[in-house]
Design a binder for this molecule. Structure first.
Ligand code: ADE
Length: 284
C-alpha cells in the first residue's frame, strides 16, 4: 500500500496509465477483480481525492468534529431560506467542506431525516463539486448482529429503505431501493472498524413491518439519512459512503429515544475521534 502511494506521487502519469490498462483488461475477471490488491489499486488509488464533503444532520453530532478539524463557518453560501450550514478547512492535503442541515425555522430542531438530506446532498454536489461525499452521524444498531453502543461503523454494500412500502409490482422494489456505498473494506481493515449494511427510514422507532424489511435488507444499522444521500450520489455519479456511530440498540427493550439521548455525546465523541483517521486513509 505504501509502495503504491509512493509510486503514485512520484510518477502519477505512469501509474495512471497502468491503472487504466489494469482496469480495462482485468475488470471483468472475477478472480482478479475481487482480489484485495486489485480493490486497493483500483478503488482507492485510481480516484484522486482532494475535496471531501461531509454531510451531517444534527449540530450536536457535528460540533465536536467541526472543532477538532478547525473548520470555519462559511456565510451566505446558499440562497435565502436554505437552512443548511457549511464549514470549511483543510486537513492534511484535503479540502473539507462539512455541511449540517441546520434548524427548522418553525420547530427549532435539527432538520433530520430524508427530506433535508436529499436537498443537502444535491446542494453539496452542486455548490462544492467534491470528489467524494461522506455521510457521518449517529444510528441505531442491531444488538443481535453484534452492535455495541459507541461502535463506529462504515457502510457496506448498498443502502436501502425500510419504510417505503408500495405493494405494486416494480414499485415495491423501487420503494426499498438499492444505492451503492463506496467500497470501505480496505479502510475498515486498516483501522479495525466494523462494517455493515445501512437501512434508512423517516422514523426513530419502527413498526414490525419495518423490522421485517430491515432483516430482508440484511441491515445491521438503522438511521434516517444515508439512503436519501446515496440516491442523489447515485444519480449524479458521486462516490459516497457513511460513517455511523451507534447511540442505541434498537432490538432491545429500552426505548430508542431514551438510549439515543443518553448516548448521543459518547457517539459524537467517537465520530470526532474516528473521522480524522478515516480521512487520513483517503489522502495518500
Ligand atoms: N439515529 C440514531 N438512532 C437511530 C435509530 N434507532 N433509528 C433511526 N435513526 C437513528
Amino acid at each position: 500500500q505504501k509502495l503504491l502511494g509512493i509510486l503514485s506521487s512520484k510518477c502519477p502519469v505512469f501509474m495512471g496509465l497502468l491503472r487504466t490498462v489494469y482496469a480495462k483488461f482485468f475488470f471483468y475477471d472475477p478472480l482478479i477483480r475481487f482480489s484485495p490488491l486489485f480493490l486497493l489499486f483500483i478503488n482507492r488509488k485510481a480516484m484522486e481525492i482532494n475535496h471531501i464533503s461531509i454531510l451531517m444532520a444534527m449540530e450536536s453530532e457535528a460540533s465536536p468534529l467541526i472543532e477538532s478539524l478547525n473548520l470555519k463557518k462559511q456565510n451566505s453560501i446558499f440562497r435565502h431560506g436554505i437552512p443548511f450550514e457549511a464549514y470549511q478547512g483543510s486537513f492534511e492535503k484535503l479540502l473539507i467542506t462539512l455541511m449540517t442541515s441546520g434548524k427548522d425555522k418553525d420547530y427549532q430542531v435539527d432538520n433530520v431525516a430524508t427530506q433535508p438530506a436529499t436537498l443537502m446532498a444535491y446542494l453539496a454536489i452542486d455548490q462544492f463539486s467534491p470528489d467524494i461525499i461522506i455521510n457521518a452521524g449517529t444510528a441505531g444498531g442491531m444488538a443481535g448482529c453484534g452492535c455495541k453502543i459507541g461502535d463506529v461503523y462504515l457502510s457496506e454494500g448498498e443502502f436501502s429503505y425500510h419504510d417505503r412500502r408500495i405493494p405494486i409490482p416494480a414499485f415495491d422494489q423501487y420503494g426499498v431501493g438499492s444505492y451503492p456505498s463506496f467500497d470501505t473494506s480496505s479502510i475498515a481493515t486498516e483501522l479495525h472498524l466494523k462494517t455493515g449494511r445501512i437501512s434508512t427510514g423517516n422514523s426513530l422507532d419502527y413498526t414490525e413491518k419495518d423490522l421485517e424489511m430491515m432483516k430482508s435488507n440484511k441491515a445491521v444499522i438503522k438511521e434516517m439519512e444515508a439512503a436519501a444521500i446515496a440516491w442523489v450520489c447515485k444519480i449524479l455519479d458521486m462516490p459516497m459512503f457513511a460513517i455511523k456511530a451507534i447511540t442505541d440498540l434498537f432490538d432491545q427493550e429500552i426505548p430508542t429515544e431514551t438510549q439515543f439521548l443518553e448516548n448521543l455525546t459518547l457517539a459524537s465523541t467517537n465520530l470526532q475521534k474516528s473521522v480524522p483517521r478515516i480521512l487520513r486513509t483517503l489522502v495518500r
